[in-house]
Write a protein that binds this ligand. Sequence first.
Ligand code: ZN
Ligand code: ZN
Length: 230
Amino acid sequence: MNCLEFRRQLGVDPLSSGADFVGHRQECARCAEAAARAVEFEAALRRALNVAPSTQLAESILLAQATQQQRGRRIWIRRGGLLALAAMLVLAVGVGMRVEASPLSAQAVEHLRGEPEALTLSQPVPAESVREAFAKRGIALRHDVSGEVVFVGCCPMGRHPTVHMVMPGNTGPVTVIYVVDDRAKQSEDFQRDGWRGRSVPLGNGTLILLARDSGQFDRIEAEWRTALQG
Ligand SMILES: [Zn+2]
Ligand SMILES: [Zn+2]
């Protein structure tokens, strides 16, 4: 298993006990670190979402407040305690929802950050591998793209199935992520964490382009429009 495969598996199941997965984690310090972060995040999320049934916590908050405050104010305090608890619940649910509901553009930047190796590749992959990756996602390409593709993978991105590619160019590599199951309402250019991006509704999904420089976006968008729609 290489770093890229490891990161992909990490996205699917950070607690995987597969021999390849465990083996790579032991050999590769950077991936081990990423795995530790993922496990910690998972645990934090679980802790946050587990607040709900905790009457004991409610009682101890109320008790702590009650013993510090004067008797006459207790009713107010009690309500304050419950409000604090309600706020914690809202926060916990909010944390859970944000993971799911963050926009595709944000998920794409996050995905790219998890697979930095993809941007360092330079060997072109055969057009057939690109066709196969789309076929695996249930999509028959009408045409091959004429631009070079140096990386292709059927990566999960959050809950979305995607085809993730990298196309090199004279102003730096362009990441191309086709989100198979979620069609954006409209085309949009965006900037996020130093990345230029574009998302384009195409077919039943959304094509997302990310690069440091957006100069090649028009050409690459046109190529994928032809490839996917004919
Ligand atoms: Zn690694
Ligand atoms: Zn990927």
